[in-house]
Write a protein that binds this ligand. Structure first.
Ligand code: DLL
Length: 383
């Protein structure tokens, strides 16, 4: 295709899709559209195998991302004078720095407390009088319980007004729980590393769909099985084209996220079209406490540990927080081999970045299915 081939919006449908494996196959920086010395920053997110996907930003890309995050904060009502406790992970994950840039763009005060250390988070939330909480919704739900367990009265000890929650699917029930506990207004934020990070779409005060920043992202919905473009309003897989990205201008990037686009004007007065809250994914990626995990990553680790059997099962559950457990078969003599267990646990942590409970089970005890193996058991409550 040549740039001249695109004359109208309908011509966009002639451009082939870009998919996650295109990025993985070109690891680390094989699809850059600028010379490497123009890069200002690199982030990374999980790929389907051991190697992550690397995402690159020029100076202009970082400025654009910051502007989009600033708008995202603005839509949610965050202003100068607000104190933003940013509990997204700082590091390769785009959540931490993305929200950091957003807070700076609106002139708010940012507390980069990053993930974890719940006691300290609660202490800071009270003592620094944080007015905005930014974290994964599952962590905020956890803070509902944890704050009471630590002896706080969430509505009087904290002064949170606004919550910016995303990076994983969540429900209206979770929203209600968070709002009732903390007396704040919770906004759903959507984004993905390949599309800068957070800051692709955000709920306004109407909270009836998330406004997509259409001046930067052209959004389409497709039938995930056939690739056919769907009319606005129909449910399908979201596909994004970035309009001004320099380092990695992805065209028709398939997100695997299922949603619906609607273009009606919003009561808030904004013309940016909206996407419905993400319904789920059309691939097997699991999101565990905001961390993306592919079952193939687990398999990759297990295959590389000597002494294990071939069958395994991934069990995801929810006890206060999302938990990941891996059951793997081992020969009779090694079921109590602590060294082996430890090795699996350490290797999984190194690849996935989250802690996993590993169980060595008897050979023959895990279910065998004909045809496609069902490796994942997800016991988390459904909406
Ligand atoms: O999760 C970026 C982000 C950080 C978004 C903080 C919002 C807040 P990735 O790690 O690349 O990037 O994961 C992207 O997470 O394709 C969705 O499946 C899922 N996801 C992100 N936001 C939402 C949301 C960040 N609001 C993947 N609702 C996406 C449901 C979400 N799923």
């Amino acid at each position: 295709m040549k740039p001249e081939s695109i004359k109208t919006l309908d011509d966009v449908a002639k451009i082939p899709f870009t998919v996650k494996t295109d990025l993985r196959d070109n690891y680390p920086l094989g699809i850059l559209a600028v010379p490497p010395h123009r890069l200002y920053c690199l982030h990374a997110s999980s790929g389907t195998t051991g190697k992550p996907i690397v995402v690159a930003y020029t100076r202009r890309d970082l400025e654009c991302w910051t502007r989009l995050m600033g708008r995202t904060f603005d839509v949610a009502g965050v202003r100068k004078g607000d104190i933003v406790q940013n509990m997204y992970g700082y590091g390769l994950f785009t959540g931490g720095l993305g929200f950091h840039y957003g807070a700076r763009a609106v002139g708010a005060t940012v507390v980069p407390s990053s993930v974890g250390n719940t006691k300290r988070q609660l202490m800071l939330m009270k003592d620094l009088r944080s007015t905005v909480a930014a974290c994964t919704p599952s962590y905020m739900v956890y803070l509902c319980e944890a704050s009471r367990a630590e002896g706080y009265s969430p509505r009087t000890d904290f002064v949170l007004k606004i919550g910016l929650f995303g990076a994983e699917p969540w429900s209206e029930e979770a929203r209600k729980r968070i709002e009732d506990t903390f007396g704040l207004r919770a906004h759903d934020c959507f984004g993905m590393s390949e599309l800068y990070g957070p800051g692709v779409a955000i709920e306004c005060d109407q909270r009836n769909g998330l406004h997509v920043w259409g001046d930067e992202f052209l959004v389409e919905t497709i039938n995930p099985d056939t690739g056919e473009v769907l009319e606005p309003g129909s449910e399908g897989e979201l596909v994004f084209t970035m309009l001004s990205r320099e380092a990695m201008p992805l065209l028709r990037y398939r997100t695997r996220d299922l949603s619906r686009v609607f273009e009606e004007e919003c009561a808030c007065g904004r013309y940016h079209s909206r996407i419905q809250r993400i319904k789920g994914r059309s691939d097997d990626m699991l999101i565990i406490g905001g961390v993306n995990i592919f079952p193939s990553q687990v398999e990759h680790v297990l295959m590389n540990v000597r002494g294990l059997g071939d069958q395994y099962q991934i069990v995801v559950s929810h006890e206060e927080l999302d938990r990941l457990a891996v059951k793997v078969e081992a020969p009779q003599g090694r079921l109590n081999d602590f060294e082996l267990l430890k090795k699996v646990q350490t290797d999984l942590f190194a690849t996935l970045g989250i802690r996993t409970r590993v169980e060595l089970v008897e050979e023959g005890s895990l279910p065998r299915l004909e045809g496609k193996a069902k490796r994942v058991v997800d016991l988390r409550p459904k909406e």
